[in-house]
Every structure is written in C-alpha cells, then in structure tokens.
Design a protein around this ligand. Sequence first.
Ligand code: NZQ
Ligand code: ZN
Length: 385
Amino acid sequence: MYNFTFHVPTRIYFGKGQIKHLPEIAASGSKTLLVYGGGSIKRAGIYDQALELLKGAGVEVFELPGVEPNPKIETVRKGAELCKKEQINSVLAIGGGSTIDCAKVVAAAAMYDGDAWDLVINSKLIKAALPIYSILTISATGSEMDDTAVISDLGKNEKWATAAPCMKPTMSILDPVYTFTVPKKQTAAGTADMMSHTFENYFSMEVADVQKRLAEGLLKVMIKNGPIALQDPENYDARASLMWASSHAINGLVGNGCSPTWPIHMIEHELSAFYDITHGEGLAILTPVWMEHILNETTAPYFAAYGRNVWDIREEDDLEAAKLAIAKTRSFLFDTMGLPADLRAVGITDETHFEIMAEKASPSGKKAFYPLTKEDIVEILKKAL
Ligand code: NZQ
Ligand code: ZN
C-alpha cells in the first residue's frame, strides 16, 4: 500500500429533510450562485424549497440554469463571469454530477484571471475556489464528496477531468427522497457509474485489504439496491444505500493507497467527447469488454477474488471463477439493469473515431493493473461495437 493523505472536509447532511441546513451557506457570504440543470429540480419542488430557505437566511441568489448532462465549458464561462461581475461569494449546485462539476469549475474560474478551459486542461492552475455547496439529486458520480469535475468542449471533441483539493464541496446535502424522481435510464446509468468507480479503484495490484474489502462491500450494496430502485423508485432504503455507496466509491476511501489508472473512464470520456452519450451507459458497455480483454494468468486471481467475494462464486480454479464473475457482471448490467449492451445501442455505429479516441485515452504512465496500449483500446472499442 502506498502512502496517502485522506482528507474529506465536506460536511454531509444525510437523510430526509436535511435541506433545513441550507441556511449555513450564509456563513460564506450573502451572495450565492445557484447552479442547476434542465428543470428536474423545479418539477420536484426542490428549487422552491431552496429559494425560500436562502431568502430566509438573507442570501441573495443569482442563477445559472441549464447545465447540460456532460457540462459544457461555455456554461462554466457564463457562471464565472456572473460571479466576477456580481462579486458572488459562494456557489450552490442543486442536481447531479453534471451540475456539481459545472459549479466546481465556475467556483475556481471565478478566482482565476484567464479562461476557465485552462483550469480543465491544467489542474495545477487551480489555486483557489469560492466555497462550493451541493444538494445532490441523483446517485452516481460522487462529485458531492470529491475534488473532481469533468467538463466538455464538444466543439473540439474534448472531455477532461480536472481536480483540486479546493473543489471539494464545503457542505453537501444528501436526501435520498430527492432521488425518487430519477428516471429508470438514469437510475441504471448511475448504478453502473458508481460500480465502475469501485472497479477502477478495486482492480489494482496493491495489497490493500481495507480498501479491497470495503470495495467489495460497496459493490454488494450496489448490486442489491440498484434493481430495487429500478423496480420501486420510491424505496427509501434502496435509494439511501445507493446514495451513500456512490459517495464512498470515489471519495478516496477505496482508492487511496492504491494506484488506479481509471482506464474505463479514460475510454468512456472519449466516447462522450465525440458522441455526447450518457456517461454511465458508456461505462456499462465498456466494462465487461475490458474485463474480458485483459483476462490472463496475472489478472485472473483478481477477477476470481471479485467473483468469490462479491458474487459468492464457489469455483476453485481462478480462470474459471474469473470468467463466471465477468459473465455475472455482464448479465447484471444488461439483463437486470437493462443498460444498453453495445455501442450501436447508444448510436455509435462505426469505427470512424476509434484511432483518435485511443490515442487520447492512452495510459498516463503510472503503474497500471493492466497497461493498455493504443492498440488494446482500439480493440476494446471494436469489441464493444
Ligand atoms: O438537468 P436536469 O433537469 O436536472 O436532469 C438531469 C439530467 O437530465 C436528470 N436528473 C438528475 N436528478 C434528477 C433528474 N431527473 C429527475 N429527478 C432527479 N432527482 O438526470 C440527468 C443526468 O444528470 P447528470 O447530472 O448529467 O448525471 P450524473 O450525476 O450521472 O453526472 C454525469 C456527469 O458527471 C461526470 C460525467 O462524466 C458526466 O459529465 N462525472 C463526474 C465525476 C466526478 N465529479 O468525480 C466522476 C464521474 O466518473 C463522471 O465522469
Ligand atoms: Zn464515472
């Protein structure tokens, strides 16, 4: 296990009615930028609730509506300009990962003199950010409790993750009731995303018992509760379990001390950059293909452990157990959760951009679980078609 620092300063208010803590935002000043997406928070009544509480706390509210799924740099720029012009002193995201990610880079760009895109492609330039608050409405990305934001410039077919400690939210409100209205497609995609975060951290060569056993526990929770939420969207306990599991899949708890290189995410971000697809669906399509592609004598024991500890597979031979585990994963994602099973199902029908995608998604040189070459990535994409 490598040395690490674990520091999550985000104050979490978890559970029904925790929005009552929203007035704490006033501690960061009297002007906030409310960032939200395409309107789900208005339909669910969260917008009205939040405005009333903010008004009661004497906070003046400015708005950045219309954040896109796969948030665009143009929207970030708009938010940063508003913050500078109005001397806003905090940013409040109400929504999913896209909204929170957009709010994070807005908060950093508000304190940066150049163009916001600089901060997306070079995280070292992020030196400070306005305090970030979030009210989460969909369980998936873990953005509510991590330091990362993913922003796209679709004009250039670019989608990159950036990260900085100052982009960890100051406070996040996690009320599972707010996720009751998440549609089936997004519930399934969110479950695939949180599973993928866990896989990306879990499949590493390091001996790290705490992280690995925690990861297996999180995967079991997701596998149990994803289908319940799909069938019974207002099942509080299932929604609550997914919400808390997704935060821990990516907040450092199961990744620190290991050397995850996030290959599936690197490839998926290229799919989204070129085709603007739903992140979790892209991950679901790629995951079993990646597992099959890299299965060999070295990786088999890791997949076998996953199969035995998560899926209760009793097969003693590692290679056979690994194959069974991959088959279980495939069947869970595509049969149980109803996620699209190949790239054609999300509208990607040819190999046109595979070479350039593979070029961009190629590994960063860190110690990988299985280092993928450009040729490997092209192969994976072809198998996913
Ligand atoms: O825009 P609105 O109207 O709010 O609708 C959203 C959107 O259409 C809807 N939705 C959210 N909460 C809802 C709801 N609909 C009904 N009821 C609710 N309670 O769901 C749709 C998807 O929302 P989005 O925020 O895009 O989903 P998600 O949370 O999956 O975020 C995906 C983005 O996060 C990035 C992805 O790349 C993608 O851009 N990621 C961020 C990460 C991070 N910050 O650490 C890591 C991830 O790996 C990921 O890359
Ligand atoms: Zn993800």
